[in-house]
Write a protein that binds this ligand. Structure first.
Ligand SMILES: *[C@@H]1O[C@H](CO)[C@@H](O)[C@H](O)[C@H]1NC(C)=O
Ligand SMILES: *[C@@H]1O[C@H](CO)[C@@H](O)[C@H](O)[C@H]1NC(C)=O
Length: 449
């Protein structure tokens, strides 16, 4: 604990003493990919593949309609984003990687657009002091570049533009990179699409003290499902190599420039040529080249994929065939089974019915037999009853006879008992009594004597 407190004190003292306070946070910032060590890069978006949500983008104000998804910002119907910092004044390169999900059906929605604005004061998307790089399909599919001093409202027509180039961004799943580079000291102002020159002039000078902010916005018709995605925004404080090198393509294009306050050499504006045809063919060529190179690069992969797909298809075909065979087999078996079932069912039914009839016959016979039997049993029972009755009668008679038989001998025994035992006993008793009386009498007399 003591050590910690000491450390904290030390840190606070160091912070207080070191005069350039920015020095220490700068080192910390380097570890954090979301913050930038120097101001000229603070207009760059963080690597969108390494963040989790749009809340991690701290150097832009994003409208609520903008969503972050898998390394890209989805601008939705009316997405607006504005850099919090201003562009470097003397020299800069801006790169915006974008993609449109639009299809050929979206050509009908003329208001569908992605726009990049460099401006200081914005009254509306058509009235501002600065530049607008408009990607839409009104008049022609591609880019139109406008310059406005903030006094007029743009109609976004090619006639008003300081330059334009045609390129097909609908029906393309590949992202495009628009690069805007500027260097005051070399009177450099250039716009490229995918390293191909779209517009270049030496007649534009941005005032020294202007504080241009970088804005990107989308407008999409409610009925359209086209969506613009921003994959990256990078800003440097110098001309990068890719901005200088046009990959060997045209780099001397003079263009019609209509400007008032921002551009210095106003008088020469009318001399400017508009090499629309050249640019167009260039862009188309570049587009072709891009597609060809993509094709070459992807050829092997594509071939492998196709092979794989072919193999898979073959396998799937085989599987389907097998399945069909199985199905037909199954159906045949099912039919056979059904037939078997029906025939067997019928047989079973008929056998059951015959069995039933037999059974019924037997039952009837048995019933008849039973009836006979029951009649016989009844007869038997009657006989039995008769017999039983007779038997009972006999029994009673026998009993009566027996009772009579038993009563006679007992009375005779009693009589004989009285006759032969009691009577003699009585006589003996009387004799004894007489004898005893006489004896007593004799004894009395003898005593008296
Ligand atoms: C702009 O700055 C340059 C030097 O960077 C200077 O030569 C020039 O006079 C300045 N122009 C204005 C209008 O301030
Ligand atoms: C959207 O497109 C439909 C059909 O193209 C059109 O009628 C409508 O005016 C458009 N809406 C806006 C706001 O532009």
């Amino acid at each position: 604990m003591k050590f910690l407190i000491l450390l904290l004190q030390l840190i606070s003292i160091t912070l207080a003493i070191v005069p350039n306070v920015n020095h220490i946070p700068e080192n910390k910032k380097e570890q954090n990919p979301l913050k930038f060590e120097s101001t000229e890069k603070s207009l760059s978006l963080p690597n969108l593949l390494t963040i989790d949500s749009k809340s991690q983008i701290s150097n832009y104000d994003l409208s609520k309609t903008i969503n972050y998804d898998n390394g890209r910002l989805l601008l939705d119907k009316n997405g607006v984003m504005w850099s919090k910092n201003t562009l470097p004044q003397d020299e800069f390169t801006i790169e915006v990687d974008f993609r449109s999900t639009g299809r050929i059906e979206d050509l009908q929605f003329l208001e569908n657009q992605l726009s990049i604005i460099l401006a200081e004061n914005i009254q509306s998307f058509d009235k501002f002091d600065g530049f607008k790089f408009l990607i839409n399909n009104q008049e022609q599919e591609g880019l139109k570049i406008f310059n406005n001093d903030g006094s007029k409202t743009l109609n976004n027509l090619i006639d008003e533009s300081i330059g334009d180039c045609k390129f097909r961004y609908l029906e393309s799943n590949v992202p495009f990179t628009i690069r805007i580079s500027y260097k005051r000291s070399e009177s450099w102002f250039k716009v490229q699409i995918d390293n191909n020159l779209c517009f270049k002039t030496n007649r534009i000078q941005i005032p020294n003290n202007s504080k241009l902010r970088l804005g990107v916005f989308s407008i999409i018709n409610r009925s359209s499902i086209e969506e613009f995605e921003i994959l990256n925004v990078k800003v440097w404080d110098h001309l990068i190599e890719d901005a200088i090198d046009d990959h060997g393509l045209m780099n001397d294009g003079e263009v019609k420039v209509e400007f008032k306050t921002i551009v210095v050499e106003e008088s020469q504006a009318t001399d400017a040529i508009k090499p629309e045809y050249k640019r167009e063919s260039l862009m188309e060529k570049a587009q072709k080249q891009r597609q060809e190179s993509m094709q070459v690069q992807d050829f092997n992969v594509l071939k492998k994929l196709q092979d794989l797909e072919y193999q898979q298809n073959e396998k799937i075909d085989k599987l389907i065939q097998i399945q069909n065979e199985l199905n037909s087999n199954l159906q045949n078996q099912k039919k056979e089974l059904q037939q078997l079932f029906t025939t067997q069912y019928a047989e079973i039914l008929s056998s059951i019915s015959t069995l039933n009839q037999k059974l019924i016959g037997e039952v009837r016979e048995q019933h008849f037999g039973m009836e006979e039997l029951s009649k016989k049993v009844d007869l038997l029972m009657n006989n039995h009853k008769e017999i039983a009755y007779q038997y009972e009668k006999n029994q009673i008679q026998q009993q009566q006879q027996q009772q009579q038989h038993i009563q006679v001998p007992t009375s005779s025994v009693f009589d004989s008992l009285i006759k032969w035992i009691l009577v003699p006993l009585l006589i003996i008793l009387i004799i004894l009594v007489i004898f005893v009386y006489r004896l007593r009498h004799d004894i009395k007399h003898s005593k008296l004597l």
